[in-house]
Design a protein around this ligand. Structure first.
Ligand code: NAD
Ligand code: LMR
Length: 325
């Protein structure tokens, strides 16, 4: 007998990222090739026709695991009985818009969705926020979902993590699949710290192998932080397939485990590593049995502490601006 379907909320369903994400979800890349799913797709009223077009394409794939698709512009319908939620839709910056206005506009969206999450989703639903500013949007969502477990609201820094893996593997001349223990600290923004100090390949320290601290500080860290902008510059649009892939990786590992490996997730801080409690910041975690566990007890040197303070200060000022404080 087949398992009961998992209900998966996806917002921003007519957008670029979802054009890659939805097909991978329906293929079974997160919940497994034996787990039926029901997609609950949310987008704005003016995007409903475009969502219907995407759903026509999903139908034309005849995915065996895709049991049903709900299309809606009502957050309450989208979050009803959700087992998992990918919050991708958000307000992009328009011409002449100040960053503070962008933060406020998104805060409005995530307040409404937080309320809908609170009132409609299962209490053990796993939530990833992708829409930018992802960490701050996740903070607003959680603040407006008081009865929903804070630990289950996360934001995506996995794209930064994957970017860092590829860049370091190329520099060291090792296969990317062998790179372990990469860390992204902080905000999904150019202030993040891509930390190579614990990274290994085949048990060997990659920082020792590369042995070039200037490259780490002046090339590696800024390049990972500015990769999103470089893609916008080259493509004329922000990363989409790689962002969808990272969202799949994040949720896959949370649901199915990371096999003892370290991955980076933005999760509510417990106050460790100089990150104030409650702030949703990137840290290293290990996932097992449907839970993530923060990697604890890592030494933070003066350079890393300074970088983490910068990205955490940015997060705190974003949250204040989003709340209009
Ligand atoms: P897009 O503009 O192609 O699509 C966004 C979709 O969201 C649109 O269909 C829009 O109608 C919808 N939307 C807007 N407001 C909504 C609301 N209130 N409810 C539901 N849907 C709403 O954008 P995209 O390329 O798919 O990117 C989506 C977001 O992901 C952007 O904010 C982008 O900056 C962000 N992003 C994050 C990462 C990351 O690593 N965290 C990486 C890449 C992109
Ligand atoms: C990315 O990292 O590719 C995106 O977050 C960039 C952006 O601003 O949409």
């Amino acid at each position: 007998m087949s398992r009961p379907a998992k209900r998966v909320t996806v917002t921003g369903a007519a957008g670029q990222i979802c054009y890659a994400l939805l097909f991978r979800l329906a293929q079974g890349d997160v919940f497994g090739r034996d787990q039926p799913i029901i997609l609950q797709l949310l987008d704005l009223p003016q995007a409903q026709a475009a969502v219907r077009g995407v759903v026509m394409e999903l139908e034309d794939c005849a995915f065996p695991l895709l049991q049903d698709v709900v299309i809606t512009d009502d957050p309450a319908v989208a979050f009803r009985d959700a087992d998992a939620a990918f919050l991708v839709g958000s307000r992009p910056r328009s011409k002449g818009m100040e960053r503070a206005d962008l933060l406020l506009a998104n805060a409005e969206i995530f307040k409404v969705q937080g309320k809908a999450l609170n009132e409609n989703a299962k209490r053990d639903a796993k939530v990833i926020v992708v829409g930018n500013p992802a960490n701050t949007n996740a903070g607003i969502l959680s603040a407006f979902a008081p009865d929903f477990p804070k630990a289950n609201v996360t934001a995506m820094v996995r794209l930064d993590h994957n970017r860092a893996l590829s860049l370091l593997a190329a520099k060291a001349g090792v296969p990317v699949s062998t790179v372990e223990k990469m860390i992204i600290w902080g905000n999904h923004s150019p202030t993040m710290l891509a930390d190579w100090r614990y990274a290994t390949s085949g048990g060997q320290s990659l920082s020792a192998m590369v042995n070039d601290e200037a490259w780490y500080r002046e090339t590696f860290i800024p390049k990972v932080g500015q990769r999103g902008a470089a893609i916008i510059e080259a493509r004329g649009a922000s990363s989409a397939a790689s962002a969808a892939n990272a969202a799949i990786d994040h949720m896959h590992d949370w649901v199915q485990g990371s096999n003892g490996g370290w991955v980076s997730m933005a999760i509510p801080s417990d106050g460790s590593y100089g990150i104030p409690e409650g702030i949703i910041a990137g840290v290293p975690v290990i996932c097992a049995d449907g839970e993530y566990q923060r990697v604890t007890g890592l030494e933070i040197d003066a350079f890393s502490a300074e970088k983490i303070a910068v990205t955490v200060n940015e997060l705190q000022s974003e949250i204040s601006a989003a709340l209009g404080k």
